[in-house]
Design a protein around this ligand. Structure first.
Ligand SMILES: CC(C)(COP(=O)(O)OP(=O)(O)OC[C@H]1O[C@@H](n2cnc3c(N)ncnc32)[C@H](O)[C@@H]1OP(=O)(O)O)[C@@H](O)C(=O)NCCC(=O)NCCS
Length: 327
């Protein structure tokens, strides 16, 4: 017998959520209870974040969240996320969890125009469950991995030379902090400008400096020497690329946002930045760099040219609601 309950926010519940998260997503960064509690305490007060848990015999076996994405905010769009212990029946849990979240959204009495849910294409049962309820695929991202240990970057020598000859300097975040007194605001602005051009179902929202600090600078997976910034004349920030150390063993690094300011594109700056991240990964003894790119994007083409090997896709499924919320 499974019961769906509203999350109360006790330390024990947070511990159970993290244990579930480790089981469902063993590759994700092992957050601590304090980090997760702080992250959720800092969620903007005017944006929705509501969690539910599913228990059986006093044990948390699944969790579901509905939230408004403050970094890509679109009024009326609510994101759903589910985690279900694979040893328990998703067939029984998912309909009950989903129904409780929808009931909550109806009671909340705020207009919902779109429900959004992301999942791997390999999770066929979940995809089917949502399609039966009127969800449709709006976008897909191809996962890919670059085995870095044996990778020979010799052929890319001319690229880094070409970029240097064009007057572009590539520095680490650690160096940028010493070079540029106003680095934090400039990096926030560059990241936001690039984020606006990343293929996504929703437009990027400009983060405040404190949101930028929370999302990027205070992320424990941030490595300042694995975060590269391209500078043009007068230390103008024109591009960035980094790898996150979400895997605490350091064997897998995850690619962060790569982007180049519009007027500086097609000059191999992104390729040179990616090469810096790969060199960092090799020197740090990592085995792979993982990433996910929109299936028709330039970035996917660029990564495949660098040797990334494609894997399963991550899907964004959405349901548009034209009246008041009803499922
Ligand atoms: C994707 C992006 C980073 C590429 O930056 P860039 O510095 O212009 O890329 P490069 O000059 O290194 O391009 C290398 C190769 O990628 C391919 N490429 C890059 N831009 C392309 C485009 N607009 N159309 C087709 N192919 C393109 C080409 O094969 C190019 O080589 P070529 O110029 O010799 O033909 C840039 O377009 C961007 O910032 N986009 C917005 C942010 C984004 O979507 N980031 C990815 C999500 S993480």
């Amino acid at each position: 017998m499974y019961s769906v309950l509203e999350f109360q926010g006790s330390r024990e519940e947070y511990e159970a959520i993290l244990a579930l998260n480790r089981m469902v997503s063993p590759d994700s960064r092992g957050e601590t209870v304090d980090e997760l509690m702080e992250e959720e305490a800092n969620w903007p007060a005017d944006k929705l974040f509501k969690r539910f848990v599913v228990q059986t015999d006093g044990e948390v076996v699944a969790a579901g969240v509905c939230f408004e994405a403050y970094w890509e905010f679109k009024a009326g769009t609510v994101h759903l996320h589910f985690e279900i212990n694979p040893e328990h029946s998703a067939e029984q849990i998912l309909p009950a969890l989903y129904a409780s979240i929808i009931e909550f959204l109806k009671r909340r009495d705020e207009t919902v125009l779109c429900l959004a849910c992301g999942m791997s294409e390999e999770d066929g049962a979940r995809v089917q469950f949502l399609k039966e309820r009127g969800y449709e695929k709006v976008m897909g991202w191809v996962s890919s991995e670059l085995p870095v240990a044996e990778l020979d970057l010799g052929g890319f020598g001319p690229v880094t030379e070409q970029v240097a000859l064009a007057g572009i300097r590539i520095v680490t975040l650690r160096q940028l902090k010493e070079l540029e007194p106003d680095w934090k605001r400039k990096l926030r602005d560059l990241r936001y400008a690039l984020h606006c051009d990343v293929p996504s179902p929703d437009p990027a929202t400009k983060p405040s400096l404190s949101e930028f600090e929370e999302m990027v600078l205070r992320d424990p997976a941030l490595v300042e020497d694995a975060f590269f910034v391209a500078l043009a004349k007068d230390s103008f920030l024109v591009g960035m690329s980094n790898v996150w150390r979400n895997d605490v063993t350091g064997k897998r690094l995850d690619a962060g946002l790569t982007g180049v300011e519009r007027s500086f594109r097609r000059k191999k700056i992104a390729t040179a930045l990616k090469i810096h991240t790969i060199r960092y990964a090799q020197a740090a003894g990592a085995e792979t760099i993982s990433t996910r790119n929109e299936e028709k994007s330039v970035m996917l083409k660029l990564n495949l040219a660098l040797g990334f090997e494609p894997g399963p896709a991550w899907l964004s499924l959405r349901k548009t609601i034209d009246t008041h919320i009803g499922c």
